[in-house]
Design a protein around this ligand. Structure first.
Ligand SMILES: CC(C)(COP(=O)(O)OP(=O)(O)OC[C@H]1O[C@@H](n2cnc3c(N)ncnc32)[C@H](O)[C@@H]1OP(=O)(O)O)[C@@H](O)C(=O)NCCC(=O)NCCS
Length: 376
């Protein structure tokens, strides 16, 4: 038996659990060395997806070929479409997506091939297929038929087109595109670490993504963006917001969209997306939620020294764009599939089984009593 070091950190806080060349939060978040604010300003989501999956930003030719592969892969197998139509309308979209990824594995000719090249091919296909599964189920659950995907549109533009049946405004497409860039990758967060643990057993990419999707669903992780508007709406608006919030904080309620395990002085991504949330709220005539959000930011900083994370502006932005709340965490998956896949590929390129030790806090060693001697 190998000896376990006695260093123990609840929730693995501060523990370095592996190496990665994909992103770092040191000196501000960067993907493969590029500062994320610069990527959000100068690149499309597809360029960032290529960077994460292939290691470098694409040339114009590489980007055109990548977009063409994604466009061609925008199809769902018929049996999955039929299943999406037959699932209960009250199913949670994240649960549906988890099931959809699992089913997609059965139709992927590379499913059990764990080579680097096959994993990149599978990742590109999932990048194309996940938005379709999200939007097709959403339309079925609303009693509508799916809108066929378009191969000439970006991920953001095609998603909004399939959702609404008409092309979205350039402002909406840009705002969603920037959200996808900001959500794409974040080092060893809970869902990415889940994906790495799963593939470290030499399991496959789809299994890793199914597990990661489950991890992202929780409200302490991706699920937080779906709770933001519930909170803002519960206040009743800017007037009663301060009293409502002080009361919630005095009851030790957790305010979704605030706080972070790693960022203790603020999340640069939240600042970037806030500008888009404010602009979208102005276009939609919904400034009152932005005013309410400002009140939250001020009071939570004062009272708890906590700052917004990316989910805080994302929930507001998606709401101002008229997107329905159960789509918010699935949008996160549409983007994070790139980061998850990059990590699975990196893990498998230099794999070592992830198997930590536990500190035992159970009963002392004791003999097993025969059944007849055990008392109620
Ligand atoms: C993200 C999160 C899980 C990180 O938490 P963590 O590093 O484990 O920190 P802890 O849960 O130990 O919290 C430390 C303290 O801050 C408080 N706190 C942390 N986040 C808080 C929040 N969003 N609202 C109110 N209080 C919060 C905790 O109650 C705790 O206070 P205490 O010491 O008085 O008990 C946490 O900040 C949170 O729950 N945020 C809301 C969910 C969210 O937005 N998730 C998306 C993350 S990107």
């Amino acid at each position: 038996m190998s000896t376990a070091s006695e260093i123990y950190s609840p929730g693995l806080e501060g523990v370095v659990a592996g190496e990665t060349a994909i992103s770092t939060v040191a000196e501000g978040l960067s993907y493969r060395g590029y500062p994320v604010p610069e990527l959000a300003e100068k690149c499309s989501f597809e360029e960032v997806a290529f960077l994460l999956l292939h290691g470098e930003l694409p040339t114009a030719r590489q980007l055109a070929e990548f977009n063409s592969r994604i466009g061609v892969a925008r199809r769902l197998p018929e049996p999955l479409r039929d299943l999406l139509e037959s699932l209960p309308r009250w199913s949670l979209p994240m649960d549906v997506l988890r099931t959809a990824v699992s089913i997609l594995a059965h139709f992927d000719q590379d499913a059990s091939d764990n080579s680097h090249a096959a994993n990149v091919r599978k990742a590109e296909r999932l990048l194309a297929q996940i938005p379709l599964a999200v939007v097709d189920y959403h339309r079925f659950s609303q009693g509508q038929q799916p809108v066929p995907a378009r191969s000439d549109l970006s991920t953001a533009a095609n998603f909004l087109y399939m959702l609404r049946g008409t092309e979205a405004s350039p402002e909406d497409v840009k705002a969603l595109d920037v959200s996808l860039i900001l959500y794409a990758e974040h080092e060893f967060n809970a869902s990415t670490f889940t994906a790495r643990v799963i593939c470290s057993t030499e399991s496959d990419l789809h299994s890793s993504v199914v597990g990661a999707t489950g991890a992202l669903t929780g409200r302490l992780h991706g699920g937080a963006n779906e709770k933001v508007m519930d909170l803002l709406e519960a206040t009743g608006g800017p007037e009663p917001a301060e009293a409502w919030l002080r009361d919630a904080l005095s009851r030790k309620e957790r305010i979704m969209g605030f706080g972070h395990r790693v960022y203790k002085t603020g999340d640069v991504r939240a600042g970037i997306l806030k500008t888009y949330a404010q602009a979208a709220a102005r276009r939609a005539g919904q400034e009152k939620w932005e005013e309410t959000a400002e009140i939250f930011e001020r009071i939570i900083a004062e009272e708890k020294n906590l700052h917004p994370n990316l989910d805080w502006p994302a929930g507001r932005l998606f709401h101002a764009m008229g997107l329905e709340v159960p789509l918010y965490t699935p949008i996160f998956v549409m983007s994070r599939i790139t980061g998850w896949s990059a990590h699975v590929i990196e893990q498998l390129d230099k794999n070592r089984l992830i198997r930590p030790r536990a500190r035992y806090i159970g009963p002392e060693r004791r003999p097993v009593k025969p059944l007849a001697e055990r008392r109620e």
